[in-house]
Design a binder for this molecule. Structure first.
Ligand SMILES: Cc1cc2nc3c(=O)[nH]c(=O)nc-3n(C[C@H](O)[C@H](O)[C@H](O)COP(=O)(O)O)c2cc1C
Length: 234
């Protein structure tokens, strides 16, 4: 399975989310390409609020950082996000990356390939906050049209992987095996109901009012206003 990993921080060996992601790679990569990015190293910019991406994303002032990450996302069967909890939410650099992808949201120009891939969000906290941190990312993935998004959440009571107790590491390993099995079984499957409903809702909005000329033209070009669906071949 081709996998792209977007790590929510620059940490590696000491990071719990990084180590959990490595366990998924060991289970799922099967010798296929794995492409990895770290935030903020690979996207060190904040959105400049120019809104030019809604007309042409290649004109984004930070496109040189964005393009390699999104190319790898488009090429992957599975996209993994690691999201340590920072003050009950995703770290700022994760939000900064997602802000650069606003044009990919379904009301605008969703990428057809997204509707055929899976994502996994791995979140750990010392104690709490995984639910809201995961939601920070999952909202974007649902609106990108990602077919299925899985989550692994764990309170590790620690800031470093090496001090996470063996009991918790065993629980995590069990969760990794279970979730990896589900991901393997769902390879190539269509979007879940929520994503389909979002698509139908956005389609009716594009038909009735159209969000912008660019968006309507894009939806027409893809045949979506004439009944085509991005998760079907024809
Ligand atoms: C700036 C910062 C804010 C944090 N905020 C929270 C928090 O709100 N709730 C919590 O339980 N842990 C919080 N933590 C602890 C981390 O979420 C926790 O150690 C997590 O497992 C780190 O993941 P990592 O090892 O992959 O970096 C925070 C840590 C940092 C550095």
């Amino acid at each position: 399975m081709k996998i792209t990993v977007i790590y929510g921080t620059n940490r590696t060996e000491k990071s719990s989310t990084y180590n959990i992601a490595q366990q998924f790679l060991a289970e799922l990569a099967d010798g296929d390409p794995v492409t990895e990015f770290h935030l903020p190293k690979d996207m060190p910019k904040f959105c400049k609020s120019c809104s030019i991406c809604f007309t042409d994303e290649t004109k984004c002032p930070d496109y040189d950082y964005l393009k390699p990450i999104l190319d790898a996302v488009k090429a992957a069967d599975l996209v993994i996000f690691t999201v340590p909890v920072y003050v009950y939410h995703a770290p700022g650099q994760v939000k900064a990356f997602l802000d650069h992808c606003a044009y990919l949201w379904m009301p605008h120009r969703p990428e057809p390939a997204m509707f055929k891939k899976q994502a996994l969000i791995i979140s750990t906290a010392a104690g709490a906050g995984m639910k809201s941190a995961v939601k920070d990312v999952k909202d974007s993935l649902d609106f990108w049209g990602i077919a299925k998004t899985w989550t692994v959440k764990k309170a590790v009571q620690s800031s470093d992987w090496e001090t996470v107790t063996e009991k918790r590491k065993t629980e995590i390993a069990g969760k990794v095996l279970k979730t990896a099995g589900k991901i393997r079984r769902c390879k190539g499957a269509g979007p879940r109901l929520k994503v389909k409903l979002l698509f139908y809702w956005m389609r009716s909005m594009q038909k009735r009012m159209g969000f912008s000329k660019t968006d309507v033209a894009y939806w027409k070009e893809n045949g979506w206003l004439a009944g085509k669906k991005p998760w079907k071949r024809t």
